[in-house]
Design a protein around this ligand. Structure first.
Ligand SMILES: [Cu+2]
Length: 204
């Protein structure tokens, strides 16, 4: 047996006999080209979808000191408080209002009463660590980050009782971190503010 290149014998120093150094066949080149083109399409979709996908939350973002955000929330509660439930204030802001929701270990503050079809700016921030705003059963999820005020334009379109749960593990009582948003039906709101409509609308 000889150790010449191209012979049967090969080792780490002597290359094996084969065809791998010859140019790739037509089909193989075609598939490599198709795969590469598809990679480029997917790569381009990332920036394209960022702008065109309609999946980016509407809203504003700003920095805020946690104590400043707490002060804004307390002002908001004082202004629109309508009651109390389990020691938690119930707050019913008018349509168009800035709504402040504060997260902290381990509660959401305050409880909110909103009106169906009305538009609000929902502000989210935390006074301690990261939390996750998760609205059930609507399945709407946002990060709540201390130091940042995240203002989302929202329009509740389904009346009902919603639960806020925390979906970012935040300590021993994470599982008990529950909040409440009640969306009142537009019919009720109209009935209160416009008796005539209630009569014309019949028994709704
Ligand atoms: Cu939490």
């Amino acid at each position: 047996m000889s150790a010449e290149p191209g012979s049967e014998f090969h080792s780490g120093l002597v290359a094996p006999k084969g065809v791998w150094w010859r140019p790739a066949g037509r089909q193989e080149r075609l598939w490599v080209a198709i795969a590469f083109a598809w990679c480029m399409v997917l790569f381009a979709m990332m920036p394209f979808w960022h702008f065109k996908g309609g999946q980016n939350p509407s809203g504003i973002r700003g920095k805020v000191k946690p104590e400043e955000y707490v002060a804004r929330t307390l002002r908001f509660v004082e202004e629109y408080k309508v009651g109390e439930e389990n020691g938690q204030p119930i707050v019913a802001p008018p349509p168009g209002a800035d709504v402040y929701l504060l997260s902290r270990m381990w509660s959401w503050y305050p409880a909110l009463r909103l009106q169906e079809g009305a538009t609000y700016t929902l502000h989210l921030s935390s006074m301690d660590i990261n939390h996750g705003f998760s609205l059930y059963p609507a399945n709407i999820n946002f990060q709540v980050v201390p130091g940042y005020d995240y203002g989302l334009t929202i329009q509740p379109n389904q009346p009902g009782e919603y639960r806020i749960v925390c979906n970012e593990f935040c300590g021993i009582n994470h599982h008990a971190m529950l909040g409440s948003i009640v969306v009142e039906p537009a019919a009720n709101v109209a009935a209160v503010s416009n008796r005539k409509w209630e009569v014309e609308g019949g028994n709704r």
